[in-house]
Write a protein that binds this ligand. Structure first.
Ligand code: PLP
Length: 359
């Protein structure tokens, strides 16, 4: 197996891939692949409902929330959130912590009145804003944030308390990486391709009152209520992706649930952050220490030529996906749930050896 640090799509658990491989051409003794089955069949519906139930159980999702399986990625949610929630005469507040929150805000601006609740752009998005610096009003339709900033490598540790104003979170890059109190959010959305499974399915966890009070004069397929009313079977869902999501959820359960996953993620990230911190400036992290992400570790090598050499030698040694996002450069190691501890240890060892050779 490659040492896969891709930011997304990213590594999947080997056990899940192997099980899927075994079942690929003959699911449940049907003589068919799950991909070949009707989405209205009993076999498929069992897989679909099982995935919803497992997600509810892992996160202890309260009964006043719906779990939806949609398509269109995190990016379509940038549009669906304001389309459903932002009514005429209302405002929505956006917390800017990186490129993805900027993109979410850009879409909302096309659909209604928005405000900046806080931004760390002036600090090159090295940190998450202090909770006291977040400004919104009691009458806002919602406050939007990005819980993990995939490109800059920062992550929220504590979320703002928004009272009656629904908090909407794009959790595309840290969903399922740690326990979360779902009841503090109005909507949580995430594309699957980092921690949940292959790309193609997007999960939305939405409080039921937001479904009931949503705008009605929008296209049917873009209404959350359409999907809630049909158990996410309004049209053909991405059946294979949902099957894989179910298998990933079983894998998380087998690993001991979200608390155990979080502990493992902390240990993995620490291996690499420790190398950066102990390198006497040979490696420098992009994120401020208190805002560091456990999912995307962003760093630079002391000089540009050495950085190129680092990335080239790492590639040669079998490490995949260590180039930073094309918009910011540098290096990035994405240590999502499925990246094994040993893979992170191999990278930490490689970084130390590279420094020893070149400092
Ligand atoms: N939000 C975050 C935090 C992301 O990291 C990404 C993609 O990497 C997106 C949204 C966009 O997701 P998609 O490609 O599924 O539309």
């Amino acid at each position: 197996r490659a040492f896969n640090f891709n930011a997304g799509p990213s590594a999947l658990p080997l056990e899940v891939l192997e099980k899927a491989q075994k079942e690929l051409v003959n699911f449940n003794n049907s003589g068919m692949s799950i991909m070949e089955m009707s989405h209205r069949s009993k076999d498929y519906e069992a897989v679909h409902n099982d995935a919803i139930a497992r997600l509810k159980s892992l996160y202890s999702i309260p009964d006043n929330y719906e779990v939806l399986f949609l398509q269109g990625g995190g990016s379509l949610q940038f549009t669906m959130v304001p389309m459903n929630l932002l009514k005429e005469g209302q405002t929505a507040s956006y917390i800017l912590t990186g490129s993805w929150s900027e993109k979410a805000w850009k879409e909302a601006k096309l659909l209604g009145i928005t405000k900046e609740a806080a931004s760390t752009k002036g600090n090159a998005y090295r940190n998450i804003p202090a909770l006291d610096d977040i400004q919104f009003s009691d009458t806002d339709a919602y406050v939007h944030l990005t819980s993990n900033n995939t490109i800059f490598g920062t992550q929220w540790k504590d979320f703002p308390l928004t009272g009656n104003v629904p908090l909407v979170a794009d959790m595309s890059s840290d969903i399922l990486s740690k326990p979360i109190d779902v009841s503090s959010f109005g909507i949580i959305y995430a594309g699957a391709q980092k921690n949940l499974g292959p790309s193609g399915v997007t999960i939305v966890i939405i409080r039921k009152d937001l479904l009931e009070n949503a705008k009605t004069d929008i296209p049917t397929i873009l209404k959350y209520s359409t999907h809630a009313d049909s158990n996410s079977l309004y049209n053909t869902p991405p059946t294979f992706g949902i099957y894989m999501l179910g298998e990933v959820l079983k894998w998380v359960e087998e690993k001991g649930g979200l608390q155990a996953i979080e502990k493992n993620n902390e240990e993995k990230a620490k291996l690499i952050y420790d190398v950066i911190d102990n390198s006497n400036g040979f490696y420098t992290g992009h994120a401020s220490n208190e805002s560091r992400s456990l999912m995307n570790i962003t760093f630079r090598v002391a000089d540009e030529e050495l950085e190129k050499q680092f990335l080239a030698e790492a590639k040669e040694a079998g490490f995949v996906g260590l180039n930073g996002h094309r918009s910011v450069g540098g290096c990035r190691a994405s240590t999502y749930n499925a990246v094994p501890y040993e893979t992170c240890k191999a990278l930490a060892d490689f970084m130390i050896a590279f420094q020893n050779k070149n400092h």
